[in-house]
Design a protein around this ligand. Structure first.
Ligand SMILES: Cc1ncc(COP(=O)(O)O)c(C=O)c1O
Length: 474
């Protein structure tokens, strides 16, 4: 009843939509990076649920008018805000194909499961992990970090699934630097451990964890009867792209028998670049790694990944059962182990297809080179900003992030200038607070950016700051 009455007519409409989507990606450079959603458009998007059918072509027209022009903007070469990947045309088509198959990758014996296993095994191989390792594609690194915290919790507290955290003889404590993404704290909260069980450690001038402070904190907690269980290291902090001393953290975690998790949301895939790999030394010694395909590997949203060295512990954390999901030796209900046993979801999309397509289409070498190019562009941007004489540039950060602030101006100038730049449609950057100072932040996780785009960014932001300073409007 829901299929097209006229397949040939639908084919023509679908081809038209695909052509528009390809033009949309091809011509992105000609459009503003971002534009706000107008009030009347917002109003149309508040209309109640339709009772009666609308022709596909009419729905598509509304999409083209009310939705398509108001994208986040991250496919644009001058989108340098937060940490967004820029997608690829091949990835977009792969996502459409996955939707056509409409597979449920929670388990069973079918192609989507084997594709996801293959993608995960590529990353086990990259880090030199054995066949005991496991993994799961998830929404993003927030979800992957949560998964890792839950597996680490099982490792420390084997009966937690039956008896909850109350069964712990002493309170579990985790350790991460002050530069760690807030989703790690959220993960400890969701895990029932409470945010105060996360010991937030100071960072050095380069935003790397203070290892001595970590040692002291763990020893102090042990002496006070706590149960240290987890260290989270960063392979690329969200603010500046700092990399914690992962080798030292791995060593200490092994000595203290703590679970060593690495948040490599964007940084872990830099391991594909031989030139950057040495910066990440020690990541391969982690018990678990969280990272995103949708950031620096440019797979369309959403696609994150969690890999766990001890696959049995991973499964022990999430495995479920029920007569309606009995596993069989043959037939569609075969295919053990099921992905549903490695995460909270039973129904799961065929997220792996767009990852598989992207990595096969471009290959590991080119993807690594694109990452390295972004790091070189960050160095270029730093020089350009400094050369204006108008900006101070934060010297730290080892990857693709550049933080800077206008000389002799107020905190309000920073945020106002960033907003005005976004509203101009010329470029998108974001802002953050670094060492107590409000700063502008450009993150070049973008395979479309050229150096000329960075020249335009510098000229535009300099002009906006000059205007703000001359009118003293903030
Ligand atoms: C270091 C780090 N960790 C975690 C996250 C959260 O990842 P996601 O947005 O995919 O949930 C981010 C996002 O930028 C990040 O930079």
């Amino acid at each position: 009843v829901l299929d097209p009455a006229d397949w040939e007519r639908f084919r023509a409409s679908a081809h038209h939509a695909l052509d528009d989507a390809i033009d949309f990606m091809r011509d992105v450079r000609e459009r503003p990076v971002w534009q706000p959603v107008p009030e009347d458009v917002k109003e149309t998007l508040r209309a109640p649920m339709p009772r009666d059918p609308t022709a596909f072509d009419d729905v598509y027209d509304e999409f083209k008018r009310a939705v398509l022009p108001y994208a986040t903007g991250n496919i644009h070469p001058r989108f340098l805000g937060w940490v967004h990947g820029s997608g690829t045309p091949g990835g977009a088509v792969a996502d459409m194909l996955a939707a056509a198959m409409n597979s449920n990758a929670g388990g069973r014996d079918h192609g989507a499961v084997y594709v996801e296993r293959q993608v995960i095994s590529w990353f086990h191989d990259l880090f030199g992990w054995s066949a005991e390792a496991s993994g799961l594609l998830v929404v993003g690194t927030s979800a992957a970090n949560l998964g890792a915290v839950l597996v680490a919790r099982t490792s420390a507290l084997q009966s937690v699934r039956e008896h909850g955290v109350e069964a712990a003889q002493s309170r579990l404590t985790g350790y991460a630097s002050a530069a760690t993404h807030s989703c790690v704290k959220k993960a400890l909260e969701i895990a029932g451990l409470g945010s105060t069980s996360l010991r937030v450690l100071p960072v050095d001038a380069e935003h790397r964890i203070d290892v001595n402070a970590l040692h002291d904190a763990v020893h102090r907690d042990r002496a006070r009867g706590y149960h240290p269980f987890l260290i989270v290291g960063n392979a690329g902090t969200v603010d500046v792209g700092a990399i914690d001393p992962l080798e030292e953290l791995a060593e200490f975690a092994a000595d203290e028998r703590l679970w060593f998790h690495v948040d490599g949301a964007f940084g872990a895939p830099a391991y594909l670049s031989p030139a950057l790999r040495t910066k990440l030394a020690g990541i391969e010694r982690a018990d678990s790694i969280a990272f995103d395909f949708h950031k620096w590997l440019h797979v369309p949203y959403d696609a994150g990944c969690l890999i766990i060295r001890d696959g049995a512990m991973h499964r022990a954390t999430f495995a479920g059962e029920g007569p309606y999901i009995t596993r069989m030796q043959r037939g569609l209900a075969a295919g053990e182990p099921w992905f549903a046993d490695f995460g909270p979801d039973l129904s799961r999309s065929f997220r792996a297809l767009k990852v598989w397509f992207t990595i096969k289409e471009h290959g590991a070498v080119k993807l690594g080179e694109a990452i390295q190019t972004n790091c070189a562009q960050a160095a270029y941007l730093r020089e350009k900003l400094a050369a204006t004489g108008r900006f101070e540039v934060y010297p730290g950060g080892e990857l693709q992030i550049v933080c800077f602030w206008p000389r002799a101006s107020s905190e309000a100038t920073v945020d106002e200038a960033v907003i005005r730049l976004q509203e101009s449609g010329t470029a998108v950057i974001s802002s953050t607070t670094l060492d107590g100072r409000r700063v502008m932040r450009a993150c070049i996780t973008n395979h479309r950016t050229r150096n000329t785009d960075l020249d335009l960014l510098v000229a535009s932001i300099a002009r906006i700051v000059e205007e703000l300073q001359s009118t003293r409007s903030v």
